[in-house]
Write a new protein. Structure first.
Length: 919
RNA sequence: AGGAACGUAGCUCAGUUGGUUAGAGCAUCGCCUCGACAAGGCGAGGGUCGUCGGUUCGAAUCCGACCGUUCCUACCA
């Protein structure tokens, strides 16, 4: 057999699975479905995707093997803002603006970009081994999904749940569109607090001083507010101040919103440029003065001197002008939270504009109760708090975006500006009886991408058509996503699906944590600490990695820093670890924690695990090429033990997977394969297989058990490591496997077993203890493993004697003794190194092997440990309260323990004296 | 400011309803080419479970306070 090399096995297997149609739902089983959280069609696979899809594929593959009619629905979204931004940047490189092309040509250009880059994410998902149903792949802008979007919009509008209005929204001046609250990232930055004097109109010698972090907004001020009970200013309430730099006069009003203890206790009110001021303005009926254009320049509502200036240049000029008029009192350093657009990075402005909104009240109520009643279950349960917190304070959802790439809003206006909504222009004319002679103009805006994503679970299955797929696979069973997406997507899917399907989009939501780098830092391009899953699978040289991380960076200084850090962390680049190792790693770090540090060391460990499994399979193949066939094969103690242990592992894995503890599932597999199957079972098989005298029935039994256990391991492992498991499985003799692919084999089922009480388990435990005792002596004494040692047994129970004689062959194979002898009379015992297994004493005579000092040290250590334990337990038992209150079995257990320790202590101390006398 | 979580070995993390000497991987140290595997085998060292208090016969586990870290929500002009 060849050495384990993931590169050579993985992709051919995937191609075969796909061409054979194994990813399609099949069989008559109960339906099980998951909709993929749609990746950006023009995007690439990042670590978060790779992680998430590793988990989902594990779930899907297991369900498929369990006989469910399984669908993992594939699809992508159009990622409105990001894609438009990228296409605009591409145009900019050609010296073009989107407006130079016009709407239709721009959209064509975007589709062109989708076609160029669109294959990448699909290709990468295939590399991950994702068993997605490609044949029914959907895209949010395709015909069917677009129809669903129009349908939903129209129905909501007709029911009065969508409205249009002029509102203050988060505005991105660079992208010139509204954006969601959730796409605004506020972070603390160093800024200034400008104190400005506003002269009182009727008493120009008097003035009010206000503080602001955005002095340019003074051009839009409509009032000055003070706290109603602030005695300092009460006499001024109702008077007017002269707004500097303008010819306007604005009132001084009283409003409890003002914190009298902050700054001067006076606040300038700019209702058209601040959310709080907007509310104050509404209360006091103040005018809304919008002084900024959509591109962030000063609008012509402002004094001519500032019109057309960028907002930050205007700020400078205003500060300068105020200074020259002696109206600037002071400038203080000030830390403030600056809101920036997640995509564009520029400072977001609250801006007054016409937008479309979804009225969420009536949609939110059933969505909240669906989770309260348990129709939808969040895992881990705590994460439902994120959902509730968001849903209970839900504001109307602004769904319009001033973009071209997306679903154009199905609304038309006549010349008077009256709005008509319908599925098409024709329908609108018919519905509202508008003759074709009346000109209608469609709304220019498109819908928020999340609007179409909210329909995802049912639109991808064919809605509004009543399809079989919809009937069979909706509600979907599970949604797997990150906590950051709960508000964006999960909540909106629940609202929309309940509204239009009258059922939940999914029954369970598994919320996973965020994958960070080994230092716990969020992976990001600007930090240059990101990893590309493909680089972990295929490997990458240090040069290529540095190049990749430093290209397209904005700051050159960062480039040098990132290059240095990268070369330090990956001096030799990254090795090729293969998909299976990566997937296994993702599953094993998927604990219930909110964030998971990703460390390549873990991947390396699991790549080694793949190698271990590969070599074990190799050994099984070698050991079974010459099959001994016997009609009545005998199962050895090891065979019986490993079968029980395997069943126990299956139980653990199934239980873990049923509760979405991917970490515990992979841990159970890893420990069984490595620590039990490889380290003990294969070793215990060797004497049976190589023994010339071995009973052929036993040999046949062992060969059967080797093959069956390996086959079971592969089925158990497949959801986590699909490639290596399939490859090894296909190499097994057809007599021990069923079907053309491991993908279609049965998943091992849980089964109740009494593991600890089973005789084979206890026998193997005894063997492990005896072998362990001897290995400890060898280890501590630095006796080479191939050097035979004489072994003496003494004391012990009848059972010890029986086992020793019954399993002598196994003990010989595992401990390499020169002799194994029972001492009838303990007095005969020579000076020796000693280990205790229960009451059984295991001795290795000193002869020339044993270092007296080393042995004494070992004994002292052991005795001290026991003394500590005895003291601890005796203390416990001396406590009357413990003895009378604790359950009797606990008390008697402690009593038994202390007496065992006493015996052991006596034995070891006697031994110590003996050794000491040799010095 | 409000809400939530977390703090266990040098590092990354498990630890179920409170009850054997608190576990694993990586790292460290010692021995080893013994016929699956050096991407390996065997052995060993390493923890007052953040601190203090409380409940309990008994606390890593339950409760409270404090210290530290992180996230979320809101925001002071």
């Amino acid at each position: 057999m060849e050495k384990y090399d993931p590169k050579t096995i993985e992709q051919p297997l995937y191609r075969r699975w796909e061409s054979e149609g194994y990813f399609a739902p099949s069989g008559d089983g109960e339906a099980f479905s998951i909709a993929i959280p749609p990746p950006n069609v023009t995007g690439t696979l990042h670590m978060g995707h790779a992680f998430q899809h590793s988990l989902v594929d594990a779930v899907i593959r297991r369900k498929r093997m369990q006989g469910y009619k399984t669908l993992w629905q594939m699809g992508t979204d159009h990622a409105g803002i990001s894609t438009q931004m990228i296409v605009a940047e591409q145009l900019a490189k050609e010296g073009l603006k989107p407006s130079d092309l016009g709407r239709d040509a721009f959209i064509e250009r975007a589709f062109q970009w989708k076609d160029e880059s669109g294959g990448q994410i699909s290709h990468q998902l295939r590399r991950m081994g994702a068993s997605l149903h490609w044949a029914t792949e959907r895209f949010t802008l395709d015909e069917g999904l677009s129809a669903a979007v129009v349908e939903v919009f129209t129905r909501l509008f007709d029911q009065g749940l969508i409205y249009r209005g002029k509102r203050l929204v988060n505005w991105d001046p660079k992208l010139a569109t509204s954006i969601s609250d959730l796409e605004v990232i506020s972070e603390e930055e160093q800024g200034s607090l400008w104190h400005i004097r506003y002269p009182v109109k009727d008493n120009p010698s008097a003035s009010i001083v206000v503080a602001t972090t955005r002095p340019e907004t003074m051009l839009g001020d409509s009032a000055i507010a003070v706290h109603p009970e602030d005695s300092r200013y009460q006499h001024l309430v109702g008077q007017f101040v002269t707004l500097p730099l303008t010819d306007r006069e604005i009132p001084i009003i009283a409003d409890a919103y003002v914190d009298p203890d902050f700054g001067t206790g006076c606040v300038k009110i700019t209702p058209a440029h601040d959310f709080n001021d907007y509310d104050v303005g509404q209360r006091h009926d103040l005018p809304l003065i919008s002084m900024m254009n959509p591109d962030g320049t000063i609008a012509d509502t402002a004094p001519r001197a500032y019109v057309g200036l960028d907002r930050f240049e205007a700020r400078k000029k205003i500060v300068a002008d105020l200074t020259s008029k002696d109206l600037l009192v002071s400038i203080d350093d000030h830390k403030l939270m600056v809101p920036r657009g997640e995509k564009s990075g520029v400072v977001i402005e609250p801006l007054l504009s016409d937008q479309w909104f979804v009225k969420v009240d009536s949609l939110a109520k059933p969505a909240i109760s669906a989770v309260e009643t348990g129709d939808i279950r969040f895992i881990p349960e705590q994460t439902e708090n994120i959902y509730f917190a968001w849903m209970r304070e839900l504001k109307d959802w602004c769904i319009s975006r001033q973009q071209w790439w997306g679903h154009r809003i199905p609304a038309w206006y006549d010349d008077a500006g009256k709005v008509y909504v319908g599925r098409s222009l024709d329908e609108v004319r018919q519905k509202y009886s508008i003759s074709s002679s009346v000109s209608l103009r469609q709304d220019d805006d498109v819908l928020d991408t999340w609007f179409s994503s909210a329909l995802w679970t049912f639109s991808t299955l064919g809605w509004p058509e009543e399809t079989d797929a919809l009937e069979t696979f909706h509600s979907t069973n599970l949604m797997v996503t990150g906590h950051d997406i709960i508000s964006f997507w999960v909540s909106r899917m629940i609202m929309m699906t309940l509204k239009f399907m009258d059922e939940v989009p999914f029954e369970e939501v598994y919320i996973h944590g965020l994958v960070t780098d080994a230092e716990g830092q969020k992976m990001s391009k600007s930090k240059g600490n990101g990893l590309d899953p493909m680089d972990i699978i295929d490997g990458i040289t240090a040069e290529a990695l540095v190049a990749k991380r430093t290209q397209n960076l904005l700051q050159a200084r960062q480039q040098a820093k990132i290059e240095k850090a990268t070369r330090k962390e990956y001096p030799n680049g990254i090795q090729a670890y293969g998909t299976d190792a990566l997937r296994f790693t993702f599953c094993s770090i998927a604990t219930s924690a909110r964030s998971m540090r990703f460390d390549l060391k873990r991947v390396e460990g699991y790549r080694n695990f793949c190698n271990k499994l590969w070599n074990a399979a190799n050994f099984v193949a070698m050991s079974t090429t010459n099959r001994i066939t016997h009609e009545q094969p005998l199962a050895s103690v090891a065979d019986q033990w490993i079968s029980l242990q395997f069943q126990h592992t299956c139980n653990l894995v199934n239980q873990a997977m049923d509760t979405y503890r991917f970490d515990l599932a992979t841990k159970a597999i890893y420990e069984f394969v490595w620590d039990e199957f490889c380290d003990w079972y294969l070793e215990l098989c060797k004497p049976v297989l190589s023994g010339e005298q071995t009973d052929p029935r036993l040999k046949a039994g062992t060969q059967n058990c080797l093959l069956e256990t390996l086959e079971g391991i592969l089925r158990l492992t497949h959801p986590f490591m699909p490639f290596i498991s399939e490859e090894l499985w296909l190499n097994l003799p057809t007599t021990v496997r069923e079907g053309p692919s491991l993908m279609l084999a049965n998943y091992p089922q849980s089964q109740d077993i009494a593991l600890d009480d089973a005789a084979p388990v206890q026998d193997i435990q005894w063997i492990k203890a005896v072998v362990g005792a001897l290995r400890n002596i060898r280890g501590e004494q630095d006796i080479p493993p191939n050097k035979p040692i004489p072994i003496l047994f003494s004391q012990g129970s009848i059972e010890d004697r029986e086992r020793q004689s019954k399993y002598a062959d196994l003990l010989v194979a595992l401990t390499r003794p020169s002799s194994m002898v029972w001492l009838d009379n303990e007095e005969e015992a020579p000076a020796a190194a000693i280990q205790l297994v229960g009451t059984l004493k295991i001795l290795v005579p000193l002869a020339d092997l044993i270092d007296v000092d080393a042995e004494l040290e070992r004994l002292n250590k052991e005795i001290q440990k026991i003394i500590n334990e005895i003291a601890r337990i005796e203390g416990k038992l001396a406590n009357q309260a413990f003895v009378s209150n604790a359950p009797t079995e606990i008390v008697s257990k402690e009593k038994a323990k202390v007496s065992d320790y006493q015996t052991a202590k006596t034995d070891l101390e006697r031994q110590k004296l003996r050794i000491q006398s040799l010095r």
